[in-house]
Design a protein around this ligand. Structure first.
Ligand SMILES: [Zn+2]
Length: 321
């Protein structure tokens, strides 16, 4: 059993429900991007600045889910909302996953997942507006292409409350659906950490990870994997602290994109930066702070992860056969 990184899943504040403002979703995905990463940036900005914190089980989280459903519709997809409830400390909360399917050449499914909820501290720009932005831009880049696999995109609710959305999704998968899924690509916290990483199953089982690293190298993008300095997390792998975990437990191969720094702190990837330590779950998790303290990083990371994810999804069959 792997000890998990001490990401403090925050307790939910019921008062946040009444404080939440109603957000009117509007389309920004239709704006013409000038460069790779720009659409992703606009999405991070909307989620973190316009919607703000999206705490699991609150109206703000629900508003964010509706906004994301609208964005998927703009991309020509037909999103559905998967409602679920979970109980913590004897209180039951409602949350939801946003799901859309993009038919590919094969009926075999490649899942792309990222959580859209956040903790109450900070604005959830890095954790995890960044990944939502990258996934939406990737879908846009692939919108006119037929991908080798059928792509199922899932924006998970209530990750910060204990991986609730991904656990629920996997609990509803049939054995046949699990067998028909070639892999799950998870993205979580991409723009604050010092280094860009992709993890996967151990050794040669990590085909999606290795293909992502190959794509990065081709584009001269400095992306690597966990160096394995900590024996608890062997090289190439990571811990069970994000939405890849329930899929991995169901025997589905995974790749997981993240920016952090595995060479500092407790060597567990929790301390994201040399300059400011951990950014996630702190008041520093907002675009203003990140751009001021790490000039260019947000843009470089969004562009890099979008480039690698787009090619990975477009050519996944080359390495997964
Ligand atoms: Zn996260």
């Amino acid at each position: 059993m792997i000890a998990s990184r001490p990401r403090p899943w925050k307790l939910l504040l019921t008062s946040a429900l009444s404080l939440s403002l109603l957000i009117t979703p509007f389309s920004i995905a239709s704006a013409k991007p000038k460069d790779t990463g720009e659409t992703a940036y606009q999405q991070v900005q909307y989620l973190s600045e316009n919607i703000g914190p999206r705490v699991a089980g609150t109206v703000a989280e629900k508003n964010a889910s509706q906004y994301l459903a609208t964005q998927l519709q703009v991309l020509g997809l037909h999103p559905t909302i998967q409602n679920f409830s979970y109980t913590r400390k004897e209180v039951t909360y409602q949350s939801q996953n946003v799901i859309a399917t993009k038919k590919g050449k094969s009926n075999k499914v490649l899942i792309i997942g990222a959580h859209y909820d956040s903790v109450s501290t900070g604005k959830g720009a890095d954790d995890n507006g960044s990944s939502i932005g990258v996934v939406l831009e990737t879908l846009k880049a692939l919108s006119k292409k037929k991908t080798p696999y059928t792509v199922k995109v899932i924006f998970f609710g209530a990750e910060e409350a204990g991986l609730q959305g991904s656990k629920y999704y996997v609990s509803k998968m049939t054995d046949e659906e699990k067998k028909n899924t070639v892999g799950m690509i998870n993205l979580d916290s991409l723009i604050a950490g010092d280094n860009m990483y992709v993890y996967g199953d151990q050794g040669s089982q990590g085909k999606l990870r290795d293909f992502a690293l190959k794509i990065a190298k081709k584009h001269k993008i400095p992306m690597s994997t966990n160096p394995g300095l900590n024996p608890e997390y062997p090289a190439g792998t990571t811990g069970d602290w994000s939405d890849h975990s329930p899929f991995k437990a169901a025997g589905i191969p995974y790749a997981y994109f993240e920016a952090t720094n595995w060479e500092i702190g407790d060597l567990d990837g929790y301390t994201q930066t040399v300059k400011h330590g951990a950014i996630w779950h702190t008041a520093k998790d907002n675009l203003t702070f990140l751009e001021q303290e790490f000039p260019g990083r947000v843009q470089t990371h969004l562009k890099s992860f979008t480039t690698v994810l787009t090619e990975l999804v477009a050519k996944a069959d080359k390495e997964l056969q």
